[in-house]
Every structure is written in C-alpha cells, then in structure tokens.
Design a protein around this ligand. Structure first.
Ligand SMILES: C[S@@+](CC[C@H](N)C(=O)[O-])C[C@H]1O[C@@H](n2cnc3c(N)ncnc32)[C@H](O)[C@@H]1O
Length: 459
C-alpha cells in the first residue's frame, strides 16, 4: 500500500480509543480517519503521534495516557515493549479472553455465514498458565561494538532487543539460552555479523519437553567452518537437561530463520513430549504447538466435538506430526492423516509406531489433491478433522468435502476471518453448532478455536 509521507504530522494528537484491532492495537478516529495505536486500550483517551499516513487509515504511536482504562495492568518489568509476543500484556487476562471471543463474533458478523446469528461462540478457554507457557525459544545473537545481545528483533527492524527475561517463555529454556550465550563468549565462537556478512552462530533455538523436561538445542549457523563449534556443543551437553545439540546451516540470502541442512552434533535424535497419555518424538524441525499444557485442552475439545464411533474412518487433514489422529485412533476404526511436509509425515509414522497404533496411516501430499483420490478409490470418509494454516481451507478441498459430506466434521482454526469465510461455503451442507476459542498464546492477539459442524438433514 502507498505510504503518504508528505505533510507528515508530528504534533501530538488526542484520540479516544473505541476498540481493539485484530493485532491487539487500540483503534480510534482522528479527523474521521481510523487510527491504529499499539498499546492503547478501549475507553482510554490517549496522546499519540501519527507515524504513518495511508489513504484509508493512519498509524500512531502512544505518547501518554490521559484517561486510563480500568482494565489496564502493569506491563512486565524490564522488558522492552516493542518485543513481539506481548501485544496484549497491558490488558487484564479476563479482558484478553473476552477479546478473543469477540474476534470470532466480529468475523461472523462481517462475513455472514448461513444462520450466523445462531452460531454459539463460547467463552474462551483460559490457558493453565498466563506466563512462562512457551516451550521453544528462538533467539538471535549479535555481537556489536563490544556488546553481545541475545533476543528478538523489534518488529520490521534490524534492531535486536536484548531479552534477559521473556515472561511468556519457560524458565528452563530461557536459562539454557543465557548459559549458551556465556559459553559462546568463553569458547570465543564467532557470532554471525550481518553488517560485515561474516560467518558464525546466528540463532540459538532451545526446545523443551514439558513432560520429560528434555531440552534440545539447535545452533543455526552461517558459513562452512565455525571455529570451536564442536567444543561449544560438547559443553552445552553438560547444561541441565540438555539431551542433544544440532547444527542447522543457513545463508545470508535465506529470508527464513532455518536453513535446509540439519546435522546432529551430540545426543539424542529427538526429544519426547507427552500429550493425553500418548508420546510424540520431536526432531528439531518438527511442528509442535508452543503451549503444551493448553494443547491438551485444545485437543480434548477437538476430540469431544468429534465424538467418534468405533466404526468410523477419520481423515486427519493437515496432520503435522500426527498428533490429533494418534489421539483419536483409540476411538476410530481407521485414521488416515494427510500432510504436505515429508519430514512431518515421517515423524507421524514414527509416532504411530511409538504408541503401538495399528489403525493409523499417514499420506504425504496436499489435502486438496489426496482427498479426491481417496474418495475416488471408494474410501469411506465418515469423519474429518481439519487443522489448516492461517490461510484456511483450499477451495478445491471445500468442494470435495461438500461432495463427500462426512457425517462428522470438526474444524480447528488459527484465524477467525478465514474460519468465518470458509463457513460461508461449508454452510451449504453444514450448520455450525458451536465455536470454542481456546487461548493458546496468552498476552498475544493470536487466536485458536475449534468449530463443530453438523451435517444438515434437509440439504
Ligand atoms: C496448523 S498445522 C497443524 C498440525 C497438526 N494438526 C497439529 O496439531 O500439530 C498445519 C499443517 O498443515 C500442513 N499443510 C499446509 N498446507 C497443506 C496442504 N495443502 N496439504 C496438506 N498439509 C498442509 C503444514 O505443513 C502443517 O503441518
């Protein structure tokens, strides 16, 4: 979108905040134009500066609060407020839960799927822990002008925010990150420098299993030979609960954090996490929910809504490492998982064996391609659970689902807008009984929810 910098207003303006936007920013109006002000809350009167002007909206920066909301709470001490992942940390937790319920209601009101007024959006399921819930820390490291920093970049910038404390991160993963930083200095291991494009360690990834306490470390590096990397990795293995150290190699021109090549330096191939009595082996690249305790509640809700009978064939679409299908396998006749990433499919198969499950299989490929093939082969598709990325369901997949019309249908979504849009099409054959938002990421505007769809008899 074109950015108008001409006539940029830098003077202070006064804005009354009306509501929160989908990214948790305060929304108000200035001269009839909508303005987004991060950090401001509904019903507050704030002093702000306009930072960006666009044809249809403005972006502002909070300068001072003139009239404070009763729902405002203290932002965590000692943390730079620009850091991502704490966009709602200044709002009481009860109001965060209400915000997430309202996000779904607003999406339904905006996109109007059939009978949308009758859809019951339940109260958001609170997370067991509001703080220290994240099992994975992925911090960048930088050494500049004699100072080393370890943390996350400020949004849309190369400014690395040092994070001695990240209050949503598990204590053990943060401690491990800090210890590794000290060891990097001790062993004089080079740190990658994007200004000089010099080789070294760029990112430290620490993932913790909440059930076994095992810690897996991955050092993401740039360059062929990193001096003293092996002695460093050996020493990292002596840190509490660390069971493996991996190296992942990337290049400066890779826009992703992770490169393609991952090599084990020491220790176990995977860490084991346990959810609802089933074990899941996680290799460094395997997708896994970031909040293991609340994952138990998310999956329990999905299984409750699925309400399978022992004769049903379940399709676990967008299956990742097979979590949902494996958990549902005790209650189904057969589970067929479909997932596009080959490594995740290998992990899913591995996890099936690990849990001695005989009635689940995983197919690699795109759901929109594989599901019509299964239909044409005459596979009975009695029940479907979909858990797509933020973009929602592929149109071709929706078309197949409307032809097959599975009796049982549950939709796990991480985006209320795409869920509401997909329901417009799906409501040709289905009524939506209930949507349950589940708070997987306290202190952030990130949304997750489960929808139960009922096949209409009068179709
Ligand atoms: C939100 S994750 C869900 C993973 C899993 N259900 C879980 O709970 O851990 C979405 C998954 O869909 C996969 N995916 C994305 N597009 C896909 C497609 N068109 N067909 C199959 N899988 C896809 C991604 O690789 C990812 O593993």
């Amino acid at each position: 979108m074109t950015k108008f910098t001409k006539n940029k207003i830098t003077k202070d303006i006064i804005v009354t905040i009306k509501r929160l936007g989908i990214n948790g920013e305060g929304i108000g109006y200035y001269k009839k134009k909508i303005i987004f002000i991060p950090g401001a809350l509904p019903d507050e009167v704030v002093v702000a500066k306009i930072t960006n002007r666009f044809p249809h909206y403005l972006e502002g920066q909070l300068v001072r609060i003139k009239e404070k909301s009763p729902n405002r709470v203290a932002f965590p001490k000692g943390v730079d407020s620009r850091v991502g992942g704490l966009e709602l940390a200044h709002l009481s937790y009860q109001k965060q839960l209400e915000f997430k319920k309202n996000l779904m209601i607003e999406s339904l009101n905006k996109f109007h799927p059939r009978n949308y007024q009758k859809i019951k959006v339940k109260n958001t399921l609170p997370a067991p822990d509001e703080w220290n819930y994240r099992n994975k820390a992925q911090y960048q490291i930088e050494f500049f002008k004699g100072k080393s920093k370890l943390g996350m970049y400020a949004p849309n910038s190369r400014d690395l925010i040092d994070l001695p404390e990240m209050p949503t991160q598990s204590k053990a993963s943060q401690k491990t990150e800090r210890e590794i930083k000290k060891l990097i200095t001790k062993f004089r291991v080079p740190v990658a420098n994007y200004r000089r494009k010099s080789d070294g360690i760029k990112t430290i990834v620490v993932r913790e299993s909440f059930s076994t306490k095992e810690i897996q470390v991955t050092l993401i590096t740039i360059g062929k030979q990193i001096k003293n990397l092996i002695p460093l990795a050996k020493e990292i293995m002596n840190l509490p609960n660390v069971v493996s150290v991996f190296q992942n190699e990337t290049q400066w021109n890779n826009p992703q954090v992770w490169g393609n090549k991952t090599t084990k330096l020491f220790g176990k191939n995977e860490i084991t996490e346990e959810i609802l009595g089933k074990k899941f082996k996680l290799s460094p690249r395997a997708f896994f929910q970031l909040n293991p305790k609340q994952t138990t509640n998310l999956y329990s809700t999905a299984l409750k809504y699925l309400d399978l009978t022992p004769d049903q064939v379940l399709i676990d679409a967008y299956s990742g490492v097979g979590t949902l299908g494996i958990l549902a396998s005790d209650r189904a006749h057969q589970v067929i998982g479909i997932e596009s990433i080959p490594e995740a499919v290998a992990d899913a198969q591995h996890n099936t064996d690990l849990n001695h499950i005989k009635n689940a299989e995983y197919i690699q490929g795109n759901v929109e391609k594989i599901l019509p093939e299964l239909k044409n082969q005459g596979v009975p598709i009695d029940a479907v659970i979909v858990d797509p990325p933020r973009t929602g369901l592929n149109k071709k997949l929706i078309k197949t689902l409307l032809e097959v019309k599975p009796e049982t249908f549950v939709y796990i979504s991480c985006n209320p807008s795409t869920l509401a849009k997909d329901l417009i099409l799906l409501s040709e054959a289905y009524d939506v009984r209930v949507i349950k938002p589940v708070d997987m990421m306290p202190q952030t505007p990130r949304w997750e929810g489960v929808a139960k769809l009922i096949l209409r008899k009068d179709r």
